[in-house]
Write a protein that binds this ligand. Structure first.
Ligand code: SF4
Length: 407
């Protein structure tokens, strides 16, 4: 299924507009958002199928939603929390940042009230544009350079002038995610947030929003039976217990190297170990090179995603060329992988076996990448583990289910 989004970038005094073929297709420059040209063929099925997630989409019911800002089902949070270290990476990572008309009006009035002389290029009224063809009510900030037009070296301009309340809800909520687990909601943190690895810490309770369901009509749901591989299934309650235990071990300092912990989990499920084979590294290099080219059809080449994809291609090439160096672990790797398990990234592929093998490869690659060239050397906004997780989730990174299917 192809769907489209619109990206707008202010460049050299004019605004360039692109229609993006989603989820992993190219961007095509257009003149007029109201009259789209004929779009090139794009086989979205081919890109989606290897990564069809186990998550279901759950429509929130009135009794689950609750009343007076209180959810109708219990809310469970993890004991890890993250903050924002103003890296600005997430404000440059996603090409479309959904905002409603009301949110854009609030942001514009904040800019007028606190910054009447205009601190940024263009008038505040021209800071937002449609996010989706044919839907004028859904907006997105116009990009300037390689990120959101409101992003400054001191963080978000709207936030700085008007406080967190003045920002679109999507920005306030990121990187929190609410998951429906049958009889309760789980509030977790997406580990693809570039600030996560730099700020993640143990802090029971975390700084959860009082009304985590606000603004949501659907949330991901864990299925009643979770697929371990093509033959085996786990009941939801058993999966949750297992995933939380694995997450706790990964977050506990001194309980083992993350790669070793993931390897044992892979072994305990009786699935093949995930190695960085030359075949896989070759595929990673080719895909990341073509991803960088695809991303540059609509993003600034200095943006974190094209740079990140080129960086991964370079790491894969170095590992193919020379003997692997000794991995350099980071203290936060286990914590970030723990966030990934708490956010149920294990359900992002058709089987737990496939995702666990991918996460193990990512953990291996992160240590080796730091020994060759950490992501921060390519772009100060990036961080090795979170960048790898981000690219895995958002690009045509070769996933274990494809490799299994071919071999
Ligand atoms: S509006 Fe602010 S928080 Fe949202 S993406 Fe832009 S800079 Fe980031």
């Amino acid at each position: 299924m192809v769907y489209t989004q619109l990206l707008h970038r202010r460049e050299g005094g004019r605004i360039r507009r692109f229609v993006l073929l989603r989820p992993f297709g190219p961007g095509i420059e257009i003149d007029d958002v109201h009259h789209l040209p004929e779009l090139p063929p794009y086989d979205a099925e081919r890109d989606i199928v290897p990564r069809t997630p186990q998550f279901l989409q759950h429509e929130l019911q009135p009794d689950e939603r609750g009343a007076a800002g209180q959810p109708g089902l219990p809310v469970v949070g993890g004991d890890l929390s993250v903050g924002c270290n103003l890296s600005g990476a997430c404000c440059s990572q996603y090409p479309v940042i959904p905002a409603t008309m009301e949110e854009s009006r609030r942001a514009i009035s904040t800019l007028h009230r606190f910054d009447p002389h205009g601190g940024g290029p263009g008038k505040p009224e021209e800071a937002f544009a449609p996010a989706t063809p044919g839907k004028p009510d859904m907006l997105t900030p116009i990009f300037i350079g390689d990120g959101c037009g409101f992003l400054t070296s001191e963080g978000c301009r709207i936030h700085k002038l008007g406080g967190a309340e003045a920002k679109p809800w999507t920005c306030r909520q990121f990187p929190l995610q609410v998951i429906h687990c049958g009889d309760h909601f789980e509030v977790s943190i997406l580990p693809q947030c570039a600030c996560a690895a730099r700020t993640v810490r143990r802090q029971p309770g975390g700084d959860w929003p009082r009304d985590p369901l606000r603004g949501l009509t659907t949330v991901p749901e864990i299925p009643e039976q979770v697929a371990v591989d093509e033959r085996r299934r786990l009941p939801r309650a058993t999966y949750l217990k297992w995933a939380r235990a694995l997450s706790d071990v990964l977050a506990a300092p001194g309980l083992g190297e993350p790669v070793r912990v993931l390897d044992s989990a892979v072994q305990s499920l009786g699935i093949p170990r995930a190695e960085l084979t030359p075949e896989w590294l070759g595929e990673l290099k080719t895909r990341m090179q073509s991803e960088a080219e695809r991303l540059e059809t609509y993003l600034h080449p200095a943006g974190p995603q094209p740079k990140g994809a080129r960086w991964v291609a370079g790491i894969a090439e170095a590992l193919l060329r020379e003997p692997a160096p000794s991995p350099v672990p980071a203290a936060s790797d286990g914590m970030v992988l723990s966030l990934a398990l708490r956010a149920h990234l294990l359900l992002e592929l058709p089987t737990l076996a496939a995702t666990l093998r991918d996460l193990t490869r990512i953990a291996r690659l992160a240590g080796l990448a730091r020994a060759i060239a950490p992501a921060e050397t390519a772009d100060a906004r990036l961080e090795t583990m979170t960048l790898l997780l981000y690219l895995w989730a958002t690009t045509r990174w070769p996933v274990a289910s494809e490799v299994t299917a071919r071999s």
